[in-house]
Design a binder for this molecule. Structure first.
Ligand code: SF4
Length: 423
């Protein structure tokens, strides 16, 4: 199996490649970004619109809830609409709990339309029913030749398994017991591994199984995935579940994902952010992308390096320029991508507040501007690839800088465009 080395020089964990629709996960593929809708799946139009929004933002796989007949009946229609509108690359995942085995039997068109099924081994029934329902679910995945994610979740861990593991731990001499918290985590891991082995016994191939063990604690998540990474070479889907809202949700998710990705662990990620009322669902996709880009694992959008500002920046010009440049890059990116400016997604633009660190950072960027701090000469040198190319000043400085960024993109990445066209 190919060993991957990231840009930061650390090795990515080796894993089997699983194909979900047209999207490869694990193996030599980059870490994939995925998300989940929050529409009623039975609402075909609303769900189609949100899948498009998520895909357009960069979500390569989109999952939706399938828990009622009306939702199952909507799935083939959603798929059809997406294909008619040219969205045939997005991989569609059905999220099943409790009755997945029944829905897959009752709605074969739904079963065929989906690219992957998610099963939570903690939510398939209790006792004997648990095993029978799990087996039936997996047998449908075999029948329709679809990959599955065995998605264990801390909030719905198989209670029978947990109880048995706690009882076993209690039987150990006191100084050898692991304690409830550790046993809980080990039960998450055991549930994932057992379910994977059972799915393999039932005829699934190794290249059809992805695993996740999601929970809401950062350290706990890191423990589970680090342990899983040593026990299996199935691709791992990372995510901190119930991450929460706003800063807390973003920071907790970023911490957990970064700690694991930085060890080369993780083949696909989802940021489970609770959106503020009215906020776009696609925010979680942008955060996933930003995590991967900040770690140097993938590039999606040119980045702005900006200093925080301090007592040397007495006007808001610097903050405005940093903000407007960030917005300008995001706005231009789809156009640059469509025009074939290959590599522009890894461009660095610096917007700096004064002479202290300004020229240094601006020289390190592809293109950078160092604004004058208070008391400095009101002129802003612009550097391209480390060389001073112009000094801007006056009221049109922001527009002039954007024009220079556009010209730089055409000059630097237009070369790649010509080469790509010539191939
Ligand atoms: S570059 Fe200048 S303005 Fe920016 S934080 Fe440093 S000292 Fe302050």
């Amino acid at each position: 199996m190919q060993k991957l080395e990231t840009l930061n020089g650390f090795d990515k964990r080796q894993s089997v490649e699983v194909k979900v629709g047209k999207v490869g996960i694990g193996g030599a593929n980059p870490v994939r970004v995925q998300s989940m809708t929050n529409t009623d799946t039975a609402d075909v139009e609303g769900t189609v619109q949100q899948v498009k929004e998520l895909y357009d933002a960069g979500s390569e796989l989109v999952r939706f809830t399938v828990e009622k007949d009306a939702m199952a009946m909507a799935v083939p229609k959603i798929k059809q609409r997406l294909m008619e509108d040219g969205y045939d690359d997005v991989a569609l995942i059905g999220d099943f709990h409790y009755n997945g085995h029944l829905l897959l039997e009752k709605f074969p068109e739904m079963a065929m339309a989906l690219d992957k099924y998610r099963i939570n081994p903690g939510n398939v029934g209790f006792g004997e029913k648990h095993d029978a329902n799990f087996d039936t679910f997996v047998q449908f995945a075999v029948k329709y030749n679809k990959p599955v994610r065995i998605g264990v979740n801390g909030g719905s861990l198989d209670q029978g398994l947990l109880k048995k593991m706690i009882d076993d731990d209690m039987k150990l001499p006191e100084n050898e017991q692991h304690g409830a918290n550790r046993v809980f985590l080990d039960a998450m891991i055991a549930s994932a591994i057992r379910s994977t082995n059972r799915a393999l016994e039932l005829g699934m191939r190794k290249d059809q199984i992805i695993i996740s063990t999601k929970m809401s604690g950062v350290q706990e998540m890191v423990y589970c995935y680090s342990t899983l990474a040593k026990l299996t070479d199935q691709p791992l889907h990372l995510g901190l579940t119930e991450a929460g809202m706003g800063d807390k949700g973003i920071i907790a998710s970023t911490s957990a994902l970064s700690l694991l990705l930085n060890q080369g662990i993780g083949d696909t990620i989802r940021v489970s952010l609770t959106p503020e009322p009215g906020a776009p669902r696609s925010r979680e996709v942008r955060i996933s992308q930003q995590v991967l880009q900040s770690l140097g694992l993938r590039f999606f959008l040119p980045q702005v390096t900006a200093c925080p500002g301090c007592g040397r920046t007495t006007s808001v010009t610097f903050q405005e320029l940093a903000q407007e440049t960030t917005e300008y890059l995001a706005k231009q990116m789809p156009q640059w991508k469509a025009q074939g400016y290959e590599g522009v997604e890894s461009m660095h633009v610096a917007v700096m507040g004064c002479i202290v660190n300004g020229p240094g950072e601006a020289k390190d960027a592809n293109i950078g501007i160092s604004l004058p701090g208070s008391g400095e000469n009101p002129a802003a040198p612009v550097f391209e690839d480390g060389k001073l190319v112009k000094t801007l000043q006056g009221p049109t400085m922001k527009q002039d800088f954007q024009k220079m960024v556009q010209a730089y993109v055409e000059k630097r990445y237009g070369q790649n465009k010509i080469l790509a066209t010539a191939k």
